[in-house]
Design a protein around this ligand. Sequence first.
Ligand code: ACO
Length: 387
Amino acid sequence: MSTELAVIPAPVSTAARYAHVIGWGMHVPEKIVTNDDLSKIVDTNDEWIQARTGIRQRHVAADHESTVTFAVAAARKALAKANISPAEVDLIIVGTASPEHIFPSTACLVQDALGATNAGAYDLLAACTSFIYALSQASNAIKANEVDTVLVIGAEALSKITDWSDRGTCILFGDGAGAFVMQARSEPGGFVNSILRSDGSGGPSLVVPAGGTGMPASTKTVMDNQHYIKMNGREVFRFATRVMASACQEAAQRAGITIEDIDIFVPHQANKRIIESATKKLKVAPEKMVVTIQDYGNTSSASIPIAICEAIDKGQIKQNDTLMLVAFGGGLTWGAGVLKWDVPPPAPPTRVQTARRSLFYRYARVKSFFRRMIRFVESRVFGDGVN
Ligand code: ACO
C-alpha cells in the first residue's frame, strides 16, 4: 500500500470574490423606558443621564421577548430587502453578549425559525465588538469560496441580564437587533477589511460573573446578583477613548486609504462622550459620525447595524459611501472595519413576493413542528438506547 499522502486538488474557482451587503434590517421592542422612568426606580435623573451619556430612552424587551425574537425579526427584514429565500443562506452568525442559552446557540434557533435548512449556524461572543468580528468572519468565508450567502446578525436582550437596581449600568443598555445579508460578488467592493483586537487582562472591568463554568449558577450566585452585568464604567470609558481612533487609523491603513477617504463613521453607540472623543482625535466633522444612542441606548452587538439602518433611512448613508465601523466592548475586545456601501438599493418586494415569504415562514414553522414530533416518536419507540 502506498504511504504517500493523497494530493488534494486546488479549489476549482480561483476568481476574485468580494463580500457585499445586499440586505439589511433592524428590529427593536415596542416598550420604551425613558430616563424619567428610570429615575423612579434608581437614584438618577434625566439631566445627568443625557449629560454623561447622551441617552434619552431605550427599548426594552417584554417578558415574552428575548434575543432570538429580535434576531429573527431583524433577519426577516434583511432577507426581504435582499429578496432572497432563507433556503439560499449558507451560514448564520449571531453576534451577541446576551445569548438565548449557553447552548444551543442563538444562531441555531434563528436557523430553525427562518427555515434556513441549508445553513450552518453559530454564535460569536465578542461583546459589543461581536458585529464587526462577525462581518470579518462572514467576509473571509465568502472570499475563501466556502460559502456564497451569509446572514450576519447582532442581537441583544441585555435588559434580561441588567441589574435594575444598579444606576451605573441600568441607564446604559437597550435591546434590539440588526442584520445584514452578505453575498459573494465578482465586482470589487463590499466589506474591504478589518482589524480585530483583544486584551483579556481587562476582562474583569466588564463581566457577567455567574452562570458559566467559572462560577456555576447556585442559589448564592442568584441571591448575590452575580448573573447581572458588572462594570467599572470609568475603566471602560478610558479604554474606549484610547482604542476607538487608533483602531480606525489601523483599519484605514490596512485598506490603503486615509481617514479623509472615509465618508461616514459608524461607531459603537456606548456613550456620546466616547464618540465625541473619537471625533476629535480623528479630526473629522461631527456630521460624518452616525449617532443614534439618544433613542436606543447601548444595544451592544446590535448597535452598529441598527445605526446603519437608521442612517440609511435618514439619507446619511448614500450609495458608494465608504464607511468605517468601529467598536469596543467586554473581553476586552475592539475592532474596526472598512465597508463600501456600493450595492444599488434593492427594489421593494411585490405583494406576491411578500405573500410567498410569509407562507414560507409558516411552512418553516410546520416543518419544525413535525421534526420535533418525529424526535418525540423516535424516543418513544427506541427509548433512550442507541443500539
Ligand atoms: N445617575 C446619577 N449619578 C450617577 C449615576 C447615575 N446613573 N451613575 C453614577 N453617578 C454618580 C457617581 O456615583 C459619581 O458620584 P460621586 O462623584 O459622588 O462619586 C458621579 O456620578 C460620577 O460617576 P462616574 O462613574 O465617574 O461617571 P461617569 O462620568 O464616568 O459616567 C458612565 C458613568 C456613564 C457609566 C461612564 O463611565 C461610561 O459610559 N463608561 C463606559 C461604559 C461603556 O461604554 N460600556 C461599554 C459596555 S460594552 C459591552 O461590551 C456590553
